[in-house]
Design a protein around this ligand. Structure first.
Ligand SMILES: [Zn+2]
Length: 275
């Protein structure tokens, strides 16, 4: 069965998000554990977690994905930002660790002038320190469009981060289809892309797919998500992605510009596509 969901507001609480996901035909979802822009914490109660666990089990939910706030940047040129980012990351994973078996999605970071190799070292250093402290959560590094000084728009950069962090077991990768297309990956050549990924990183590290079309042509480095089938990537490529033997069992998360009704329609379209 297709594992599919979309981004939801954590202000609903975990049970509320699960109910909402269920009501639109989803069996997973993504959320921010804290405000994406201010970094302020969202309250989580023990009771909510308990009810959520029950609901998930009964309804056979797939793993869920917490998305890091945009304020986390492990490779900023400002030491205070790096320090604060590390603290937020550790606090977030500690929280998610209460729900074993789920994923924490991280934008690798922007080096803001330090250069790519120094940026990679800073990210890897933090992850190498933090990840071994946790057993229940897998952190996934998201592939990026490469706008500004973003790190993570090539498999080489992601492979270096994983290597230099000491290859912890609980690190993986999230493909964002819009970001990859904008970074110059021709997604219609999916087999070639996956074989490069396997060679450089290892296919087992691929854990999550962010399913987004792009408002811009290939290689634009813009990172502007579009509804599935309405952008430059096109529906045929999404069919290929959803049915690929390495990808079809992974959780697919939509981050398309939609309200709940729009997400319900998109999920239905995608389910019909793979019928
Ligand atoms: Zn994404």
């Amino acid at each position: 069965m297709l594992k599919i969901g979309c981004h939801l507001s954590a202000s609903l609480g975990f049970l509320g998000m699960a109910h909402t996901a269920f009501s639109i035909g989803a069996n997973t979802f993504q959320f921010f554990l804290r405000s994406p822009k201010s970094g302020k914490n969202i309250d989580i109660s023990e009771e909510d977690l308990e009810l959520f666990r029950d609901f998930n089990l009964k309804n056979n939910f797939a793993p869920i994905v917490a998305h890091s706030p945009y304020t986390i940047n492990l490779c900023s040129s400002k030491p205070m930002v790096r320090k604060f980012s590390k603290k937020m990351l550790r606090d977030d994973i500690k929280k998610l660790d209460l729900l074993p078996g789920n994923f924490y999605n991280l934008h690798p970071g922007s080096h803001t002038g330090l250069g790519i190799s120094k940026g990679i070292r800073f990210i890897a250093e933090s992850l190498g320190e933090i990840l071994p402290e946790f057993k229940n959560t897998t952190l996934v590094l998201e592939t990026m469009a490469g706008k500004g000084t973003e790190i993570g728009s090539t498999f080489d950069e992601i492979a270096d981060i994983i290597d230099f962090s000491g290859n912890p077991d609980n690190i993986g990768v999230c493909f964002d289809t819009c970001h990859m297309f904008d970074a110059g990956f021709d997604l219609s050549k999916l087999d070639e892309i996956l074989s490069e990924f396997d060679k450089k990183i290892g296919i087992d590290r691929l854990k999550i797919i962010h399913l987004n079309d792009s408002k811009n042509p290939i290689g634009s480095k813009k990172d502007r998500h579009e509804k599935i089938g309405k952008g430059y990537i096109g529906i045929d490529v999404f069919h290929k992605i959803l049915t690929n033997k390495y990808l079809r069992n992974l959780p697919f998360i939509l981050e398309t510009p939609n309200d709940l009704i729009g997400y319900a329609e998109e999920i239905l379209i995608l389910k019909n596509l793979v019928k």
